[in-house]
Design a protein around this ligand. Structure first.
Ligand code: AHR
Length: 872
């Protein structure tokens, strides 16, 4: 018997405290390398425990398959079931449409520990195909076979005998047709897991504690779901074993007929033969105005509803000071865009020290800091010349003035340009989040008069001191990610609920007081469009990134869409937009850009046509994409055009795929692109996130994100670009649950997912190295190299410390003993960062020793680790 009989061989050591992070590498065990090439004698059947059933399918004729375990579970062939050449012995069971073999009753008790093994050979890929199962009443008690959702072999169980989602131990390797593969599923209630072994190697393991007894027949070549026979197996099945016990990994190796040494855990990295280049434009950012990401977010404007356009009936966010009466006045517009103003009826009490005017409450308060210069801009006029007009940042109750400035006089007409004032706080001004902005007068001449205000704006210092600019703390966090691109302006924000509320870029350029703004009805608030096309482009410029410009493509969220001639103006809008971005100052729209303050054209390579057009149930995207494609390519043949869903009318340069996943699904999807047809259209994963945590992801989601991103990097010959979404949430307006970065009006923090992405994209080489993880279920990895630096990322989503034997193949010389380990980990899956505790989860970098051609890396539970090794 194997020395560890009854105990699966595992890489799991003991639970790890945070203090154990030091010394991540342990010296290599010489046996680790030797195990790669060694051969072991095949295990004898005597090594296996007593079986509950065993069908050899060696009969080769007739409709019965005997049970050689001696338990009398003869299986009867039904439908299109027959015989073919065997993998073990002379014959196997051959199944096509509707064919299966079934033995009466359950061959074993699935509420207890059990194992089931079979040789399988697929005639076709795709769909759910179950090789072995035991019926319940509604669903099978287990499924061993191929799954459609993972696209891999898997062992799956449901929590009860009812239609519901399954716990899935999925393979890490891709299935192929016409080859024999050995599968073993193990249900281990004592360990609380189910496992899948492929060709003797542990490839999948997932938590499962339910355990219930299937009371129906034992089936080979089909399953039960929703009370019906499903999951037809197409191909061959041979040598099916059922054991009423939990097989050890050595016993599984014996059953598969492979040397034990070839099934031990190993992470093998081929240093000498890079797989392909890391896409040079892989990591980017996606932005749309959601959760007050723009208004009240990165767009630094502090006044909410500065343009009085947010409501047609009420001057929302404005309140009376000193007994004034407020109203929206459409008879007194500022201009055609801001076609109304705030009318302030001043009381007769004004004067003699009594002030009157208005206050704005900002985005959940106006933030105040000491030693800071704020810029106010406003249009004001009155029914007679009055002055001074005081603009102040003051406490919510008006008792404390933090900063103020004055317009000496205002006349009876709006000026051509806004009054501009600087308000400075003193060095001892407190940090306050709930201040207000007031505009008042105490001029006795104003008593009983009327004041009109429009475009009342207040900016703090901005990133790169841009006058209509962005919040510094948020920009710092983005710049630290070194994004290669910014995808903007959406997302649903691009589309609008209706065509009228789309991002109409022509309304977002020019002086901000000439922009009408629009309802961001996808996310429920007013957009001044102060963050307009030019501001997006300057944002990109400030990050040293490139734009991925999403153009409106004639479809809005609620289904409104246009085709044919009606689409032409939108195509022209897109062409004009591209000209505004890239055209010389001699072009119409290039000249507009220059007039707006940016004569230099912006670089542009990628344009996305629409957003998530799979929602267009009318099926018009094929036609719409072709129309945009033809027009844009005719004028700008060098531009790469991204389709927002699959199209057949034209071949897009890239296709945008979006994935919002549960953390466990994100972890499991690390292999999603591994087996992609390398000749198919390249992918832009333009939105993705493991969703858990509000307003930002918790550690569990970050682990899912890291595993998913590792897969994208590994496959960055296919996935050329990726960006997480959404990027931002204001903590007071968290309409979309899980976002990368959150903030209030004063401070901001980053999530563990931010750190995971930062780790994987900042410690990244320029070529991907082939890396194979064997018998390391749940571990996601990616290895890259630049020159003499090798970066090995390992994501351990499990709750136990893992000891990972690493082998570096193809080394020209060696590797320095000293390496750097950067680790992100935390005590539980739900641990997270918050506004008040922003640094609970941050990566820690330390020097470790013990790196060698073969070494063992010990990774903490629930962790992302990036090792930086120096090749000699
Ligand atoms: O990222 C949030 C939303 O999710 C985007 O606006 C949309 O494209 C997707 O459905």
């Amino acid at each position: 018997m194997p020395s560890e009989a009854g105990v699966p061989r595992r890489t799991v050591l003991t639970a790890l405290g945070a203090a154990s992070l030091a010394g991540t590498l342990a010296a290599a065990t010489p046996a680790g390398a030797a195990a790669l090439t060694g051969t072991a004698p095949s295990a004898a059947a005597a090594d296996l425990p007593a079986a509950a059933a065993h069908w050899t399918f060696d009969e080769g004729s007739g409709t019965s398959a005997a049970d050689s375990s001696g338990n009398g579970r003869t299986a009867t062939l039904q439908g299109a079931a027959g015989w073919d050449t065997g993998k073990v012995g002379a014959h196997s069971l051959s199944l096509t449409a509707g064919g299966n073999a079934a033995a009466s009753g359950p061959a074993l008790d699935t509420s207890k520990g059990f194992s089931v093994g079979a040789w399988v050979n697929l005639a076709q890929l795709g769909g759910y195909q179950t090789a072995v199962s035991i019926d319940g009443k509604v669903v099978s008690a287990f499924y061993l076979g191929l799954r459609d959702d993972t696209g891999t072999f898997a062992f799956a169980r449901l929590d009860s005998d009812a239609t519901q989602s399954a716990a899935v131990a999925a393979a890490a390797s891709a299935p192929t047709t016409g080859t024999w593969t050995h599968l073993v599923g193990v249900s281990d209630p004592a360990a609380g897991v189910i496992r899948l072994y492929v060709n003797g190697v542990l490839e999948g393991e997932t938590a499962y504690t339910a355990g219930w007894a299937g009371s129906g027949d034992t089936a080979i070549g089909r399953a039960l779901y929703g009370g019906g026979h499903v999951d037809q197996w197409h191909g061959l099945v041979d040598d099916v074993w059922m054991f009423p016990s939990v097989l050890t990994s050595d016993q599984v190796a014996a059953l598969a007929g492979v040397p034990v040494e070839t099934t031990t855990p190993l992470l093998s990295v081929d240093v000498g033969t890079p797989a392909h280049a890391v896409s040079p434009i892989l990591p980017g950012l996606m932005f749309e105005d959601i959760n007050h990401s723009g208004e009240g977010g990165i767009y630094a404007e502090l006044v909410q509803n500065r343009s009085m356009m947010a409501s047609d009936t009420t001057p929302v966010h404005w309140s009376a000071v000193g007994g004034t009466t407020l109203a929206l006045d459409t008879a007194t517009p500022l201009n055609a865009a801001l076609n109304r103003s705030l009318k302030v009826a001043l009381p007769s009490s004004v004067g003699a020290g009594d002030r009157a005017g208005v206050a704005n409450d900002g985005f959940w308060g106006i933030p105040v800091r000491p030693g800071t210069a704020y810029t106010a801009r406003l249009f004001a006029k009155a029914s007679r010349r009055i002055g001074p007009l005081t603009v102040a940042i003051e406490s919510a109750d008006g008792a404390t003035v933090y900063a103020s400035a004055h317009v000496s006089h205002i006349g009876t007409a709006f000026p051509d340009r806004p009054f501009e004032l600087t308000l400075r706080t003193g060095s001892s001004t407190p940090v306050v989040g709930d201040a207000r902005l007031t505009v008042t007068t105490a001029d006795p001449a104003a008593a009983g008069e009327t004041l009109w205000l429009q475009h009342v704006s207040l900016f703090p210092p901005t990133y790169n001191n841009r006058p209509n600019g962005l919040r510094i703390d948020l920009m710092d966090k983005l710049v630290a990610l070194k994004p290669k691109f910014l995808r903007f302006p959406g997302g649903n924000f691009l589309e609008g609920n209706t065509i009228a509320t789309r991002f109409n870029w022509k309304n977002t350029i020019g002086p901000v007081w000439e922009r009408p703004g629009h309802m961001d009805d996808a996310w429920g608030y007013w957009s001044t469009d102060g963050l307009g096309l030019l501001e997006y482009l300057e944002w990109v410029e400030d990050m040293h990134a490139q734009p991925v410009l999403a153009v409106f493509a004639g479809y809005s969220l609620k289904g409104e869409h246009v085709t044919g001639d009606a689409l032409k103006p939108f195509i022209q809008d897109a062409l004009d937009e591209i000209e505004y971005v890239t055209g010389p100052v001699t072009s119409t729209w290039g000249a507009r850009r220059a007039a707006d303050g940016h004569p230099e054209p912006f670089p542009l390579e990628y344009v996305e046509i629409g957003n998530e057009d799979w929602f267009d149930s009318s099926g018009s995207y094929n036609e719409r994409f072709a129309a945009f494609y033809d027009a844009i390519k005719a004028k700008y043949p060098h531009l790469k055009l991204i389709a927002s869903t699959s199209v057949t009318s034209r071949t897009p340069d890239l296709i945008d795929e979006h994935y919002y996943l549960a953390p466990s699904a994100a972890q499991a999807s690390t292999h999603k692109y591994d087996n992609r047809d390398r000749n198919s259209t390249k992918v832009f994963v333009g939105e993705w996130a493991a969703q858990e945590g509000r307003p930002t992801p918790d550690l569990n989601a970050a682990l899912g994100d890291a595993a998913w991103l590792a897969g994208l990097i590994r496959n960055s010959d296919q996935v050329l670009m990726e960006c997480y979404a959404p990027l931002f949430s204001h903590v007071k307006n968290n309409v979309w649950a899980t976002n990368l970065i959150a903030y209030d009006n004063l401070t901001s923090y980053v999530s563990p997912s931010y750190w995971a992405q930062h780790m994987l994209t900042s410690r990244l080489g320029n070529t991907v190295l082939p890396a194979t993880a064997r018998a390391l279920p749940g571990l996601a990895t990616v290895a890259t190299r630049s020159g003499n630096r090798l970066y090995l990322a390992v994501v351990n989503s499990g709750t136990e410390k893992l000891s990972v034997p690493v082998e570096l193949k193809g080394l020209a010389k060696g590797v320095k003993r000293q390496a750097t380990a950067t680790v992100l980990t935390g005590p539980s899956r739900t641990t997270t960062n918050t506004l008040t505790e922003p640094d609970t989860l941050v990566p820690r970098t330390s020097t470790v020793t013990g790196a060698a051609k073969s070494f063992t890396s010990t990774v903490p539970p629930l962790s992302v680790t990036v090792l930086e090794l120096v090749l000699t």
